[in-house]
Design a binder for this molecule. Structure first.
Ligand SMILES: [Ca+2]
Ligand SMILES: [Ca+2]
Ligand SMILES: [Ca+2]
Length: 479
């Protein structure tokens, strides 16, 4: 693409035009020539390095910048939390949870966050974790609190206390991102469990289902699939949680598919990133009691490239062959315009929406799903510092399929994205999660240790260039 644009210019422009104008025009034309809704990033502003060797981490899932200046990381399949020194790359185990059950798909030790008062001498040195365990041969999810104990500088997690158990789990779309809010409540995403697709095709999606009072009484949390929960520090239901269809529970918002990203701004706005089906990954502003539309709506309610094919509604569902592309005539398939809900809230941004005539079957891609318009949004963080000009306030969204970061600039109200996404940090990897140094100039990204991603040269590839490590991107303040 860049080559083509410079050829056009050399043919058509007077050679007397000075180099500066040429370069400016070239950039404008370059942006204009790019078909998707993206702007080229000034990647020269960042220097890339690596914290620790390739293979340092096995299936890392959450990385956070801890109050002791170390990076705390969960390793999903090992059920371990480690701390890594961001300068030396030295790794030390903080915790291994023996009952973590990692043997199905996306299960294992997932989200982690610290209480905001950890390390401040206020007796609130809490760390919260969520993980998959097994009971009666069935996977469930648990929310647990540990205390961080600093033994002679060599800290460890002690005194586990179960806050919630028997939460829904699965082999797919567990979600499991966890954040402590400015209100000290625990926010936890629970996915749709991969229902209505592949081997789970005959399980109905329950993202719209609200529990009844008996279920809540019996602590039956099966209706929490496809929800974002808001939980008291002791595991109970906050008294100011929203009433949804007349019911108060841990549910804060509903109609979610697979929200693996969750982040607060300092003023308490809550954002999520969610994996879409074939198009329409979403970035949402999460509000109490609102309905985010799944499975009736993907992205905005625009009837583009998505219909809800409810496989589980078929009386002989088990004998049907699942397809991502065709809905059998014997199954009712609803368009987005067939559904209406007063509390529906559309995303702030989709990554990306395409028209209904889009060709999803690009066989030249190898594994076709890698080339679908979704980018596989694994996580997000809010950036609110003044360390990089014009970045405050932005949402930083990570992509598994592109090994890159999408920076979405919010307007002053923090309730709208005001520019097209800025693409940064592209490598041939799967980006799992991000931590931001408190100085706002260093970004730590953990990479998957295996899997498919989009090759730099196009198509799909299993050849990850930096698997299972931490990539560091440092802002070069040369302006
Ligand atoms: Ca993180
Ligand atoms: Ca949605
Ligand atoms: Ca849509």
């Amino acid at each position: 693409m860049p080559k083509r644009s410079s050829v056009i210019f050399s043919r058509n422009l007077d050679l007397k035009i000075n180099k500066q104008i040429l370069s400016l025009l070239n950039r404008i034309l370059l942006i204009w020539l790019i078909p998707s809704a993206v702007v080229l990033a000034a990647t020269d502003d960042f220097q890339r390095s690596q914290v620790g060797p390739v293979g340092l981490l096995k299936d890392p899932w959450e990385i956070l910048y801890a109050p002791n200046g170390k990076l705390w990381i969960t390793e999903r399949s090992k059920g371990e939390v480690s701390e890594v020194d961001p300068k030396s790359g030295a790794k030390r185990k903080l915790l291994k949870i023996e009952e973590v059950y990692p043997f199905v798909g996306q299960a294992g030790l997932l989200g982690m966050d610290c209480h905001p008062n950890l390390g401040k001498g206020l007796n609130e040195d809490w760390v919260y974790l969520t993980y998959t365990y097994q009971s009666g041969g069935i996977p469930f999810q648990k929310l647990v609190r540990y205390r961080y104990e600093n033994l002679n500088g060599l800290g460890q997690f002690v005194d586990p206390k179960i806050l919630l158990e028997n939460l829904p789990s699965s082999n797919d779309h567990i979600s499991g991102r966890l954040k402590v809010g400015p209100d000290k409540k625990i926010y936890l995403t629970i996915g749709d469990m991969g229902a209505n697709q592949f081997g789970n095709k005959c399980k109905p999606i329950e993202s719209q289902r609200i529990p009844n009072p008996e279920e809540i009484q019996q602590e039956d949390w099966s209706a929490y699939k496809g929800k974002i929960l808001r939980i008291n520090p002791d595991g109970s239901v906050p008294i100011d949680n929203p009433l949804i269809s007349g019911i108060q529970s841990h549910i804060y918002s509903y109609g979610h598919r697979n929200a693996q990203g969750l982040a607060f701004s300092k003023n308490g706005y809550l954002f999520s990133s969610e994996h879409g089906p074939k198009s329409d990954d979403e970035v949402n502003l999460i509000e109490a009691g609102m309905n985010y539309g799944w499975p009736h709506i993907a992205g905005k309610q625009d009837n583009q490239a998505y219909t809800y094919c409810n496989w589980s509604s078929h009386p002989s569902c088990e004998i049907l062959k699942f397809s991502d592309y065709f809905c059998p005539k014997s199954i009712s398939s609803d368009t987005e315009f067939d559904w209406d809900h007063p509390n529906f809230k559309a995303p702030l941004q989709t990554l990306f929406t395409v028209n209904s005539d889009y060709n999803f079957r690009q066989q030249s891609c190898g594994h076709e799903f890698i080339c679908w318009p979704t980018v596989a949004t694994s996580s997000l963080e809010a950036y609110e510092l003044d360390s990089i000009p014009n970045w405050s306030t932005s949402l930083l969204v990570l992509s598994l399929k592109y090994g890159q970061l999408y920076r979405l600039k919010l307007d002053n109200s923090l309730s709208q994205i005001e520019e097209k996404p800025d693409l940064l940090f592209r490598t041939q990897n799967r980006y799992r999660d991000i931590a931001i140094h408190p100085d706002g100039k260093i970004f730590y990204i953990v990479t998957d240790s295996e899997g498919l991603t989009k090759a730099i040269k196009g198509g799909s590839s299993k050849d990850l260039h930096h698997p299972g490590t931490i990539l560091q991107f440092s802002y070069q303040d040369t302006h």
